[in-house]
Design a protein around this ligand. Sequence first.
Ligand code: NOJ
Length: 442
Amino acid sequence: MVQATYHFPDGFLWGTATAAHQVEGGNDNNNWSRWEAEPGHILNGDRSGSACDWWRGRWKEDLDRAAETGQNAHRLSIEWSRVQPAPDRWDEDALDHYREIIRGMRARGLTPMVTLHHFTDPLWFYDQGGWEQEAAPALFEQFALRAVEAFKEMVNLWVTVNEPNVYVFSGYMGKDFPPGKSDTNAAFAVMRNLIRGHAAAYRAIKRVQKNSSVGFALNYRSIKPASASPFDHALAKFAHNSFNDSFARTLQTGVLRFSAKRAAIPEALGTQDYLGVNYYTRDLVRFAPLARKDMFVKRAFPPGAELSPNGFIANVPDGLFEALHWASQYNLPIYITENGIEDSTDELRPRYLVEHLHQVWRAVNFTYPVRGYFHWSLVDNFEWERGWSQRFGLWGLDVQTQARIRRRSVDVYAEICRQNAISAEMVQRYAPESFDRLFPDR
Ligand code: NOJ
């Protein structure tokens, strides 16, 4: 049997990622709480409810778990509607509460990465037009300023906006997220304002904290043509440019190109210090002239790929390498801000985990400047329009009792974090089916 160890660079960040609305519980003043209350939006009528009960204190036990199992970082988000519950009201108690959590992270040896916008909008902001309104970037900037003022002694790694591409596609083209519109003009306006909001937040953070590192987290979906047909190739390229490339490219060029539209956003130029990549899976796309309602595209997972229990994610690790290769062209540090799989059985997750981390190691060896990896997620949490049907946690959650269930993935990830490496022996023990792929004998 091959014996080898794949080492990661010194100082590599190993963590998990969470988002406020998905773990805190008791959020009732944002667009998602209203969306959940309206029938038909969330699978099985699920509600976020108490979620993982972090706001009332269970963040402590979960962050203990993270620290005790070798992690040295954690990515979490700040709920804007708690900090600014009304346009003219800032809640100092909420800021204090977040200070306590972040202090708790540092006390446990977890470097904080803080996200300012993770899908949810305060109701007052949403009701006056959300990200469609021209004032959105300036309103978001004020919130960013409050946050950086409040946490600057403890945080210098910031994510302005999480997955702006998913926010736009799911809320303004796909109907899964609020406001459930299908309107390409609105989608373009929102994309433009999210970029302006990102740029305004970037500059606000820099004014207060020069040595900060500020970026956004992109959902990078590997998109490949399903066949050799030039139509499929053109479609894959178009989808890649719109979905994966447009936001980061605008920060480099000052010009947004999205779908067939274009807008100059000069203030966005140079407003990213690192690339944040969320990667989950790959799609093959095929031009389908009759599929009008799907915008003439048929998507499928690569044939033969292992699927997660609900068929939501295919295990395609080299898509992560592709994402890191794409990110490396920007010549900035890279963080994998999310990667993971829904798998309540934990049958596939150990394999998914080691195979994806193997690709991260390969990227490091290609000298791509990858600085850290945040697994999604620490504990099962509320999965947006999919409710509680999908379980992404290293730890499972019993939503009724709040009990945590230790999955085997906890142990494999802990060994990797502690050793800052993947060893043949570990893979043999936790994911033997992956062994020959990761450690070929020639
Ligand atoms: C990406 C999103 O940022 C996160 O909120 C979500 O839970 C995961 N994908 C898994 O679906």
